[in-house]
Ligand binder design. Structure first.
Ligand code: MN
Length: 696
């Protein structure tokens, strides 16, 4: 373990202005707070934060980060509080420690995909400062290094799995390849002990058989380049067992078939030398077309720069070569952290820039193939993250709109939505949100969810809430119609109907509230006779006969016509009894009966107008409806059943429009009168199968 003075000296080594007293105080603080706590290894607990701080000094990070590393487990695992840390070390360090503490909480959440998802969410929300993430990664690396001390195999597995699925990809995303490789290797050893042992053995065999091939090849490369006047450093290594194993798994090959087991790194003086060296290597050995990548002129999103190529060494062995300058190398191995260490002084945009860098890297989608292929973080590709104006973060599926966002924030907010500002600009509600959008929902007290929203929302929550609201609204309308019809029904029973009679009727019908009854009447789920029976039992016996007669009757009578004059109901407007009507007398054709608001009348046809009324018990008129159904199996059957229950005959039915997820039909329906038609309309609107129903 690093001693106190060693740690302080390391920091002073690269930052002579560091606050020595503060560093010392942090060291003492963590030792005191962790007290006699022990690690699984039997070491005092504080050795862990000290080692993590040591890892941070390797990256030459600022004193705030070093102190955060020292304190990172105190709030989580000791009696220390954030307030206490703020009092002792100031607000900046308190904020950083708080960030790491919050990141640590996710580990205890769920051991499944959600954990990964939540981590990302937290990451974005917390990593307003990249240093929080760096401390977290170092924390995990040290825990992996000491993983073998943990006795429970299940716990070791869980930690290793989490490292493989979340932290290694995260390290890769921010360009910390050294961390990534070491994490992968340690996790691999834990997760696939047999494969790890076998590959280790095979590599060992290879080493003894070829007797230091790696060094020999490195020397040859160095010589070839020296002959062209290039002074370079060449280092070679075998790929580590995990990357070999991954190749075997991805390409479905066995160990012998994995050819590029050796990789070499050429460090040049400057950029021009890199390209020069590349040319020399390509003319000395056969290179593999398609393997060459120029990340110097086109760096990866995380800033990685290098030339990559693969050579056929002595016609049989494939070797990988990476060519780069020393500066690129530093940056490549430690990614943003290196950038942080070297560029501390010229950051005019401060931490905002870091956030932007980080989000860009983590969200990089244009480099998806490269970076996401083998990482579980790919699961975030179908998610987007959007903020409220106050900065609260919401996670939504890709394609989610401002309406989805509003419902995600709160159901009540969704219901009152009338508009949205996305990144400060008014945008249509159907606009799909982009990662990082700031969404401000504009609401109005009188607003209500719109049917058309169902055409673009993608979240179940929004969909369910909109449906529920529409159903409620329809229910109110239907109950309103029921209330009107009820007065007519009540007038037909031989008793005065007051509140008490209604209460009694509800009991008999096993209904809770008056509204339930009105809804049942309005939606024709209950017949007039059933209502009358409930109000005054026995009251329908005497009218039974006439009711049956009325149902059989299928004639139309119109008052206002000269007896004997023929008439027909116009097919443009399909008037039904109850509509206000007029007649057009046409030469030699009799009288055409139109609804008063028919557009044909407005066109002023050359005919006499007759003021007409419906006769008593006019029946068999045809009303035309346009019904928009949800386009799924069974919806049409459902409304056919509804017509049958309501004693209405379907005369014609035509499919007029497909507008997924809807499908529209024009339906000619034989009904008794306007009230009958209105009740059927209400019943249609109350049906789950129906999105919209109207008379045309
Ligand atoms: Mn820790």
């Amino acid at each position: 373990m690093l001693r106190q003075y060693e740690l302080v000296e390391r920091v002073l080594g690269y930052d002579p202005d560091a606050d020595q007293a503060l560093l010392n105080r942090a060291y003492v603080y963590t030792v005191q707070k962790h007290g006699s706590q022990q690690r699984a290894s039997g070491d005092p607990y504080f050795s862990h934060p000290v080692e993590v701080a040591g890892l941070m000094t390797d990256l030459k990070l600022d004193q705030e980060t070093i102190i955060t590393a020292l304190l990172h487990d105190t709030v989580e695992d000791t009696l220390a509080t954030i307030e206490d840390i703020e009092a002792n070390f100031g607000p900046e360090i308190a904020r950083l420690v708080d960030g790491v503490t919050k990141l640590s909480k996710i580990e205890q959440m769920a051991e499944n995909e959600r954990a990964a998802e939540n981590l990302r969410k937290f990451l974005l929300a917390m990593s307003e400062d990249i240093r929080v993430l760096l401390v977290k990664l170092a924390d995990r690396l040290h825990n992996m290094r000491t993983l073998h001390f943990i006795k429970s195999p299940a716990k070791r597995q869980r930690i290793a799995r989490e490292t493989m699925d979340i932290y290694a990809p995260l390290a890769e995303r921010v360009g910390m390849y050294e961390y990534m490789r070491e994490m992968q290797l340690l996790a691999f050893e834990q997760l696939e002990p047999e494969a790890f042992a076998t590959l280790g053995r095979r590599l060992e065999e290879l080493r003894s058989k070829d007797g230091g091939q790696v060094d020999a090849i490195a020397l040859k490369i160095k010589q070839a380049l020296a002959e062209s006047g290039l002074m370079v450093e060449v280092s070679g290594r075998e790929k580590h067992p995990y990357s070999i194993w991954k190749k075997m798994a991805e390409r479905h090959v066995n160990f012998e078939q994995v050819t590029d087991i050796m990789a070499f790194r050429v460090i040049c003086e400057n950029e021009a030398d890199c390209y020069h060296a590349l040319g020399v290597l390509h003319t000395t050995w056969q290179f593999l077309p398609g393997k060459f990548k120029d990340y110097i002129s086109t760096p990866k999103v995380n800033g990685y720069r290098s030339l990559h190529t693969s050579l056929m060494y002595e016609n049989s062995m494939r070797v990988e070569v990476q060519i780069r300058t020393r500066e690129m190398h530093q940056r490549n191995e430690f990614g943003l952290a290196a950038h942080w260490a070297y560029k501390q002084d010229d950051r005019p945009d401060g931490q905002v820039g870091w956030l932007r860098d980080l989000i860009e890297i983590v969200d990089a989608s244009h480099d998806a193939e490269e970076m996401l292929e083998h990482t579980r973080l790919a699961i975030y590709q179908d998610r987007i993250f959007a903020f409220t104006p106050k900065g609260a973060l919401f996670q939504l599926p890709k394609g989610a709109t401002a309406v989805d966002f509003a419902f995600a924030v709160h159901t009540d907010l969704g219901a009152l939505t009338v508009g949205a500002k996305i990144n400060g600009r008014h945008m249509p509600l159907r606009t799909p949100l982009q990662n990082g959008d700031v969404v401000e929902i504009i609401k109005s007290k009188n607003a209500e969810p719109q049917l058309s929203w169902l055409g673009f929302v993608v979240t179940g929550k929004a969909r369910a809430a909109i449906r529920r609201a529409l159903r409620m609204k329809e229910r109110e309308e239907v109950a309103g119609i029921g209330r009107m019809l009820f007065d007519g029904i009540a007038a037909r029973v031989p008793a005065k109907i007051g509140k008490k009679a209604i209460r009694e009727a509800l009991k008999r019908l096993e209904m809770e509230e008056e509204d339930d009854l009105m809804f049942a009447i309005g939606s024709a789920r209950i017949s007039d006779r059933e209502v009358m029976e409930a109000l005054v039992p026995g009251s329908t016996a005497e009218i039974e006969e006439s009711a049956d007669w009325a149902r059989r009757e299928k004639t139309i009578s119109i008052r206002g016509l000269t007896p004997g004059v023929g008439f027909k109901l116009a097919e443009c407007c399909h008037p039904v009894p109850g509509d206000r009507i007029v007649g057009l007398r046409k030469q030699g054709e009799g009288v055409e009966v139109h609804a008063i608001d028919c557009f044909h009348l407005a066109q002023g046809e050359d005919a006499d107008w007759l003021d007409l009324n419906w006769g008593n018990r006019s029946q068999g008129a045809v009303g035309r409806l346009r019904v928009t159904l949800y386009d799924r199996p069974g919806t049409l059957a459902e409304i056919a059943g509804l017509f049958a229950r309501n004693l209405a005959n379907v005369k014609t039915l035509s499919h007029t429009q497909d507008d997924p997820p809807f499908s529209s039909y024009d339906i000619d329906l034989e009904v008794q009168d306007l009230a009958h038609l209105t009740r059927i309309l209400s019943a249609l609107r109350a049906s789950d199968a129906v999105a919209q129903a109207e008379r045309i």
